[in-house]
Design a protein around this ligand. Structure first.
Ligand code: 5GP
Length: 190
């Protein structure tokens, strides 16, 4: 998605060879017009798939997910993060290791919002090593729901998440694919 790639080049900050900061437009200050285009693009790529719900993870996944939900006309659920959580019957839960915080937390979705009849599109802001996506997949599997695919705003293709999700047979659609952050520069795969 050209507008997204231009925005990354203009306003993204390479913090290290592993981390790109995009808090000027994606996950702190948000550019609503760009987010609308992102929602439109996800909806275009997953049109006609019978998606009934979008699932994301708080907080940074919410903005792109809600715009895609608006375009597809389906509800958006965000998994909540807890430092610790005693198991409850009415929750689906999974453990997730945070790439940015380098700590583990538990994420949960209330069972009343997701069921075996749902066909789910997963959305997140970044795909790095795939921990967030795999935890969301676990929650969806607990509900018995099926997965239409995974929509990612920015994929760092040099990390392991993409290959792992491909290997498990999931359809992954990334709107910008970064091949390298070396030398303080963002390089795209395509
Ligand atoms: P993963 O779980 O795939 O290893 O990492 C994805 C999650 O970590 C995303 O939800 C995102 O919030 C965060 N993340 C991963 N890489 C980056 C990055 O380079 N920059 C920012 N801002 N967040 C990232």
């Amino acid at each position: 998605m050209q507008a997204l790639k231009q925005k990354i080049q203009a306003e993204g900050i390479v913090l290290s060879e592993q981390v790109l900061k995009v808090d000027a437009f994606l996950n702190h200050q948000i550019d609503p017009a760009l987010m609308q285009q992102i929602g439109h693009e996800f909806a275009r790529r997953f049109a006609g798939q019978g998606i009934s719900k979008i699932v994301t993870i708080e907080a940074s996944g919410i903005a792109p997910a809600i715009m895609a939900g608006l375009e597809l006309g389906v509800p958006v659920i965000f998994a909540r993060k807890y430092q610790s959580l005693t198991l409850k019957d009415d929750l689906y839960t999974a453990k997730v290791f945070s790439f940015t915080k380098q700590s583990e937390s538990t994420i949960a979705i209330s069972a009343k919002h997701l069921s075996a009849s749902d066909h789910v599109l997963l959305i997140d802001d970044f795909l790095a090593n795939g921990h967030a996506a795999k935890a969301l997949i676990e929650l969806i599997q607990q509900a018995g729901a099926s997965i239409a695919g995974i929509g990612v705003v920015i994929e760092k293709s040099f990390q392991s998440g993409r290959a792992e999700l491909d290997g498990r047979g999931y359809r992954v659609e990334s709107l910008a694919r970064i091949s390298s952050l070396q030398g303080g520069r963002v390089s795209f795969l395509d």
